[in-house]
Write a protein that binds this ligand. Structure first.
Ligand SMILES: N[C@@H](CCC(=O)N[C@@H](CS)C(=O)NCC(=O)O)C(=O)O
Length: 228
């Protein structure tokens, strides 16, 4: 297979939950490119050392490694211009979505799901994950999630710009999905694949868009091992 993607996995190799890897799986499906994923654990740093990187996603296209989801998306757009476009215009025009998801959306979701992530990891990954995340968050993971039910309404409010956009048009990208949709939906797939806690009620106005996003790539998200 020409394209392989190192994709974060839990103890169950089918549990694929990284928001950044979801962005790229959806982008590859959008480009109609065949790809194979390799389940990767936090302890597998040596397996991606060839790419000079210590995180996933790592994409390998015909032997060439490309790292960091934003750079991978731009690489796919530039390398496969004849395939369906991921961006309307230059990738830079969509950078805001990437920065917003990385700095607002993902940190908010982390505070709901971080203990669920721990509980799905291999016994080898668990101590590393707990130590690094507790250092980052400055609290025990149990304390981070303690009040999560009370935070759901505030979280729903965070998504209001997305909600109002997809009330006016089918996708963030307009009539059809673009990479901006994959960025935002990738974050939600992170939660959907790792946590039984529904972050949004089933009657949320985002539901129509979510259903359309689950259909991308012949139901790539729909087929994933997920809770909701
Ligand atoms: N900016 C990077 C972030 C990638 C990232 O942080 N990936 C996480 C998994 S979701 C990871 O591999 N972490 C490794 C670790 O914490 O040791 C991207 O967009 O690809």
């Amino acid at each position: 297979m020409a394209i392989t993607l190192y994709d974060l996995a839990g103890a169950d190799p089918n549990r694929r939950f990284s928001p950044y890897c979801w962005r790229i799986k959806l982008a590859l499906a959008h480009k109609q490119l065949d790809f194979e994923t390799i389940p990767w654990r936090y302890a597998d740093k040596d397996k991606i050392a060839f790419a000079n990187w210590d995180r996933v996603p790592v994409l390998v296209d015909n032997g060439r490694p490309v790292v960091d989801s934003w750079a991978i998306a731009a690489y796919l757009e530039n390398t496969y211009p004849a395939r369906p476009a991921l961006f309307s215009g230059s990738p830079e025009a969509s950078r805001f979505f990437n920065v917003w998801a990385d700095t607002v959306l993902n940190p908010a979701i982390a505070r709901f799901v971080v203990l669920d992530i721990l509980n799905h990891l291999t016994p080898t990954d668990q101590p590393y994950f707990r130590r690094t995340r507790e250092e980052r968050l400055g609290q025990r993971l149990e304390d981070v999630v303690k009040d999560r039910d009370q935070r759901l309404a505030t979280f729903a409010q965070t998504l209001e710009p997305v909600r109002q956009t997809v009330a006016a048009q089918p996708f963030l990208g307009g009539a059809s999905p673009l990479y901006a949709d994959y960025i935002v939906f990738g974050s939600l797939m992170w939660a959907r694949c790792i946590s039984p806690l529904r972050l949004l009620p089933s009657d949320d106005a985002l539901e129509g868009w979510s259903e359309r996003m689950l259909d991308v790539g012949d139901g790539l998200g729909r087929r994933a091992l997920r809770y909701w």
